[in-house]
Design a protein around this ligand. Structure first.
Ligand code: NDP
Length: 316
């Protein structure tokens, strides 16, 4: 029976972090194997235009950017497979990963599984995602100059996004389901003092209303419901931002590596090492602060360099 292949490095995830790690480990002749997951390309594949990724003077569509990143990594030998890792076992070496019943072994692992914005789950929300509905003010705020915007949520993300959006929007309403805010006092006060922000409490978004003419979609209004009175209103808006939090995609690592209480992977403050030597983490799976494509890509590069140096120590 032939011996099972041991890979140098397996990268789990294919957003900017995973694919940058693939590019760098590819160029280091490590022949990385990338398991792309359920959503190859990650969160950028659900945005439209990306204007803040350096190197693209006139912007680039999110899916196109990820396609180019994948091709660039493949040019240097990255093997990108549209597969989902079901299970990992980091308790012994080489590390084990189970993918659709098949087991893969690797000397090093880079976790780049990212995070997903929490969504409300309304059909109209997914219909208009990227066409007026967004979960990232930094990415999409610029498209809403002088327009009317709603931000859903009552935590720090909602406050921060609303404040940021007042740079662009004509008016911003924070719509929150309760009358008490989870946000920190300072962030809430900042929002309360901002003349462009209106706080709407005890209210939920029931439906995103918009136009869909020959595939050209845009948001025109939001149907809101007051949960105390039961009253329903239709508010004209062009933008709806979801600020109800993010969830790191780290469920399969529970019990295998150290996670924060919030589910984010704990990494060293100076590099991408996790508590298991040989397992590295980068991108949004370990970063709840910056969450940008460029910072994810930067940490993917760091993880690749950390892997390269780590693998050298195995040969010493
Ligand atoms: P939080 O979990 O703190 O808040 C989520 C908010 O969304 C809550 O108000 C919650 O309502 C609401 N919400 C959740 N699900 C729904 C739903 N289905 N329908 C309607 N509303 C919903 O998440 P955040 O992303 O705001 O913050 C996460 C962490 O990151 C926090 O620790 C925060 O302090 C930190 N952070 C810090 C920032 C900073 O310091 N600059 C910026 C952003 C985040 P309810 O309150 O009723 O549960």
């Amino acid at each position: 029976m032939s011996e099972q292949k041991i890979h140098n490095v397996i990268i789990i995830g294919s957003g900017p972090a995973g694919l940058t790690a693939a590019l760098y480990t590819g160029r280091a002749n490590l022949s990385p194997l990338v398991f792309e997951g359920m959503q190859p390309g990650g969160q950028l594949t659900i945005t439209t235009e990306v204007e803040n990724y350096p190197g693209f003077e006139h912007g680039i569509m999110g899916p196109e950017l990820m396609d180019v990143m994948r091709k660039q990594a493949q040019r240097f030998g990255a093997d990108c497979q549209f597969k989902y890792v079901d299970k990992v076992d980091f308790s012994s070496r080489p590390f084990k990963m189970t993918v659709g019943g098949q087991e893969y072994l690797s000397n090093a692992v880079i976790i780049a599984t990212g995070a997903s914005a929490r969504l409300l789950g309304l059909p109209s929300e997914s219909e208009f995602m990227g066409f007026g509905v967004s979960a990232c003010a930094t990415c999409d705020g610029f498209f809403f100059k002088d327009q009317r915007i709603i931000v859903i949520g009552g935590g720090d993300t909602a406050m921060e996004e609303a404040n940021y959006l007042t740079k662009f929007g004509k008016e911003v309403s924070i719509v929150h389901r309760r009358d008490e805010f989870r946000a920190s006092k300072i962030m809430l006060e900042r929002a309360q003092k901002n003349p462009k922000i209106k706080l709407v409490t005890n209210t939920v978004l029931e439906e995103v209303i918009g136009l869909n003419e020959n595939g050209r979609k845009k948001v025109t209004a939001a149907r809101l419901k007051n949960v105390v009175t039961g009253e329903t209103t239709v508010q004209e808006v062009e933008g709806i931002f979801l600020g109800i939090g993010h969830k790191p995609n780290t469920d399969i690592f529970k019990g295998q590596i150290e996670l924060e209480d919030t589910g984010y992977i704990k990494t060293s403050k100076v590099n991408t090492y996790t508590n298991i030597t040989g397992v590295f983490a980068c991108g949004d799976a370990q970063d709840h602060v910056y969450r940008q494509a460029i910072t994810a890509a930067g940490s993917g590069c760091m993880a690749a360099i950390d892997v390269e140096r780590y693998l050298e120590t195995l040969h010493d």
